[in-house]
Each structure stands twice: as C-alpha cells, then as structure tokens.
Design a protein around this ligand. Structure first.
Ligand code: IPE
Ligand code: MG
Length: 239
C-alpha cells in the first residue's frame, strides 16, 4: 500500500454560523471562536510533523454575505494576527503567507496580513497559508495573464508552455500539492478552493462544525488519511 507522508493539509473551515446559531449566538460569534481555533490547529499539525497547512478563511464569493458579516470577517486578521499574537507564531517557528487577491480587502486588513508575512518570513518549522479573498478561478486567471504576457512579449513560446508555468505564478507557488483536504461542517464540495492544487488530494468531509474541531477530530482525520492507498494513477501492488 502506498502511503505518502502527509506534507500538506488544507482546511475548508466551515460551520461557524451554524455552530453559533445552535447556541443562540450571532453568526459573528461563531467566526470569532472559529478564527481563534486556527492557531491551536497549526500547533497540532506541527506536532504531527506536517510542513504546510492552508486555511480557507474568506472566499472571493463571500463578499455576497450581509455587510455586517463581511465587515466582521475582514476585521478578524487584525486580532488573530496582532503584534501580540505574532510573537506566538514566531516563537513556534510558524511562517504565515497570505494567499488571495490583495487589492479588494480594506487597507488595515492588508497591513495586518502583510505585517505577519514579513515578520515570520524566516520561520521554518511550518508554513501556513491563510486564504483571504481567495478563489481558484481568480488565481488561475491571474496566473494565465502572467503567462500570456510572457508569451506576447516573447519571453516564452507557446510550445514551451507547461502546466508548471501556471503553478509557478499562483499564490501557492511556495507550497507542494495538497495531500489531505479536510472540510468541516458537513457539506461535501470544494467551493472553488485550490482546484489545481487538490488534483491528487485525499478528501475528508466531517460533520463537526469548525469551532468544535479539536485534537480528537484531527487525529481521526490523520488516521483516515493513513489508511488510504494513494496510487496516483498507478495500480494496486500485488499482494
Ligand atoms: C465558515 O463558516 C466561515 C467562513 C470561512 C466564511 P460559515 O460562515 O460558512 O458557517 P455556516 O456554513 O453558515 O454554518
Ligand atoms: Mg458555510
């Protein structure tokens, strides 16, 4: 059986709103507790010697939510990645990279994200990609445009083009392909998240709402991954 070492785990952290509703709290309270669950989850990944984690926090489609909720979600990086919180990231050797479109988010949010990126750029224990205003289609459009430009300015020919050129110009250019995708909250879909980076990922869907996703759930997901035979298009080994 082929078990590839788990190097990159990606999360679609879903269920914040329903978690809050269940206890008669506003949806934003669910987001607060959910976003506070990011750091402990990174520590769990680090304990398991996982080198890359990606967290889907705000999609290019989430702008369609009510204004108050969008404002709240745009505000959370200022708290979760404040100077004080950054010290914890640096102490643990966590490098933070923001993946997503940078020109639509409010300037204070952009500053908070770029600040933690700069201050953790030499951290080398684990890399965490925070996806904010991220969508796979937008990422691909962007990457194609760069490649088309290279072709039209004759830096590259069409014949030379390979899929590698697209990957090299994506927000995720410093991370390997995803090994395991975990989506909390019970929905079974990808929601325009890292479509190309998930090409061979193992998919894991769990009912647990994101704010309730803790060490026990994490271990069950990892064990599930370790029980899968990853053949990458090959065939099963002969018994
Ligand atoms: C995920 O939780 C939060 C975001 C990443 C925006 P939701 O807000 O989607 O929670 P539900 O699905 O409504 O419960
Ligand atoms: Mg949802």
């Amino acid at each position: 059986m082929l078990i590839k070492k788990l190097e990159h785990i990606a999360f679609i952290l879903d269920g914040n709103g329903r978690w809050a509703k269940k206890q008669n709290k506003p949806r934003t309270y669910g987001h607060k507790i959910g976003m506070e669950n990011i750091f402990p989850t990174i520590l769990l990944a680090k304990e398991h010697d996982i080198k890359f984690v990606t967290m889907f926090c705000f999609s290019t489609e989430n702008w369609n939510r009510p204004k108050d909720e969008v404002n709240y979600l745009m505000d959370f990086p200022k708290d979760v990645f404040s100077k004080k919180q950054q010290e914890k990231y640096i102490k643990e050797g966590i490098r933070v990279i923001w993946i997503g479109r940078r020109d639509k988010v409010p300037s204070k949010t952009r500053e908070a994200l770029e600040d933690i990126e700069n201050n953790t750029k030499d951290c080398d224990q684990i890399t965490v990609q925070i996806a904010i205003d991220y969508g796979s289609f937008e990422e691909m459009e962007n990457s194609f445009k760069i490649v088309f430009n290279d072709i039209s300015s004759k830096k590259m020919t069409i014949e030379d083009f390979t899929i590698k050129n697209l990957f090299e110009n994506m927000y995720t250019k410093t991370s390997p392909q995803v090994d395991l995708l975990i989506r909390t909250g019970g929905e079974k879909r990808l929601s325009n998240f890292m479509l190309m980076q998930l090409a061979y990922a193992e998919l894991y869907f769990v009912e647990t709402y994101w704010p309730d996703f803790k060490e026990k759930d994490f271990k069950i997901a990892i064990n599930d991954y370790n029980s899968r035979d990853r053949r990458f298009g090959g065939i099963k080994d002969e018994e």
